[in-house]
Design a protein around this ligand. Structure first.
Ligand code: FAD
Length: 417
């Protein structure tokens, strides 16, 4: 087991000057594993952790073509919430928020989860209607969400322009106190360290280039350096690259990859302790513990694998943030970046078995999948061990697209993430 992080171990290392042991161990690749997980983001690592921690399945490899967290898991804006639109979605994301509440203690790694509240602004009657709808669905599922008026919004976020003379006046908001932000790298490293400690092999710099199928069943994976690893179970947890992996076994998925951009400003004194989202203006803003403002928007309007930032994004986001908070006009944007999002037609994930025996998917995470890491990991571990999806993900199967049982979350997932 790795060193336990505690005040005592901090003092001991401070006094002795000893180096901290590395978070991950390097392992030689085995000839075969019980489960091979493709993708070292939060989903792949969480699944590996729960396989080992909940079911004692330790002969597991996570194959990551770059470094862990190099995909969406290290590029997102780390908003967590469960105020979705469908009962299936609300139940699912609520389980994740509950797991996040205890994650730091479970992983012995400070993931810096700050439940500071999440505010979705309504600027017109149709948004108000959707938010009332969400409020009712949330309440029926036992999730803390309510509608609040502009005076209450102003008390929560004094810098918001709540006057009725703006181009997009704020008419109300969906307020969701359990929502907040987390430290994405810490979640990735926390799961990786805990999985490694339980015997999982995490192989970075290992790209999967082929998957062998014999008689309709997975038998192994092939890596870019010419190795073959035998296995009877492969999990595709590659988000933006997920169609490329599923194509290797001939499983077609209704997924398109779009870039999503975000940016941060220089740090300033804390003044914003709520996450603020405006779907109408396609923008959201939160403040990190370091004081930077984090801005985000909707996906770029074209499918692509590019992770370059664009001037169009910076201009758009700055203009829209200033409509909400004109006082920020002197803030300087420090940097911007992009990640890849695997978008599905109904803005819900695709999870569970596929027509190829032993080939599982945990994909379709679009712009909203970081918050789902813990619950997906827990559910996919259960699914792989028991061979069928547990109740909490039953609605998200690949077959819903042919059966016509879509789980429409666009109204709650498009910009809010
Ligand atoms: C700018 C931005 C903001 C976002 N904001 C939020 C937010 O606020 N809240 C939220 O919940 N979600 C948000 N998201 C979405 C979230 O980041 C993703 O849905 C989530 O991180 C997906 O995690 P993952 O583990 O499935 O995939 P990833 O973290 O993308 O990991 C997939 C991994 O697979 C690896 N891989 C790909 N192909 C191969 C191969 N052939 N062999 C081996 N490895 C391979 C990649 O290198 C990558 O590391 C945001 C995304 C972006 C880009």
């Amino acid at each position: 087991m790795p060193t336990r992080y505690s005040a005592w171990s901090l003092i001991r290392h401070g006094v002795s000057g000893d180096d901290w042991p590395p978070i991950l161990r390097q392992h030689d690749r085995r000839e075969s594993y019980d489960v091979v997980i493709v993708g070292g983001g939060v989903h792949g690592l969480a699944t590996a952790y729960y396989l080992a921690a909940d079911y004692g399945v330790r002969n597991v490899a996570v194959l990551e073509k770059s470094y862990i967290g190099s995909g969406g898991s290290g590029r997102n804006t780390a908003i967590l919430r469960s105020n979705y639109l469908t009962p299936e979605g609300v139940r699912f994301y609520d389980r994740s928020v509950k797991l996040y509440e205890h994650l730091a203690a479970e992983l012995n790694f400070n993931v810096m989860f700050s439940q500071r509240g999440h505010l979705t602004l309504a600027h017109n009657d149709s948004s108000l209607r959707t938010m009332r709808w969400r409020t009712e669905v949330n309440k029926l599922q036992g999730v803390d969400s309510d509608m609040i008026d502009p005076d209450e919004i102003k008390k929560l976020v004094p810098y918001l322009d709540t006057s009725n003379t703006t181009r997009y006046p704020i008419l109300g908001a969906l307020y969701h106190p359990p929502g907040g932000i987390v430290r994405h790298d810490a979640v990735v490293w926390g799961y990786a360290r805990a999985a490694d400690a339980r015997g999982v092999h995490i192989h970075q710099g290992t790209e999967v280039v082929g998957i062998d199928v014999d008689g309709g069943r997975v038998t192994g994976v092939r890596t870019a350096d010419g190795h073959r690893i035998a296995t009877g179970a492969v999990l595709n947890a590659t988000a933006g690259w997920s169609t490329l992996i599923s194509d290797m076994v001939g499983v077609r998925m209704p997924v398109q990859t779009f870039p999503l951009q975000a940016g941060v400003t220089e740090p300033v004194r804390p003044f914003l302790d709520t996450v603020v989202v405006s779907g109408t203006l396609h923008v959201y803003v939160s403040q990190t513990d370091r004081g930077e403002l984090v801005f985000g928007a909707s996906v770029d309007p074209y499918a692509s694998y590019s992770t370059r930032g664009s001037l169009e994004f910076a201009e758009g986001v700055a203009g829209h943030v200033l409509q909400l908070m004109p006082a920020l006009s002197k803030m300087r944007l420090l940097r911007q970046w992009a990640g890849l999002c695997d978008m599905t037609p109904d803005f819900s994930p695709i999870m569970g078995p596929t027509p190829v025996a032993g080939f599982y998917v945990d994909v379709g995470w679009g712009t909203y999948g970081f918050k789902a890491g813990p619950v997906s990991g827990e559910a996919m571990a259960d699914c792989i061990v028991n061979g069928r999806p547990p109740e909490i993900i039953a609605a998200f199967g690949l077959d819903r697209f042919t059966a016509g049982r879509l789980v429409g979350e666009k109204g709650a997932a498009a910009v809010g993430h």
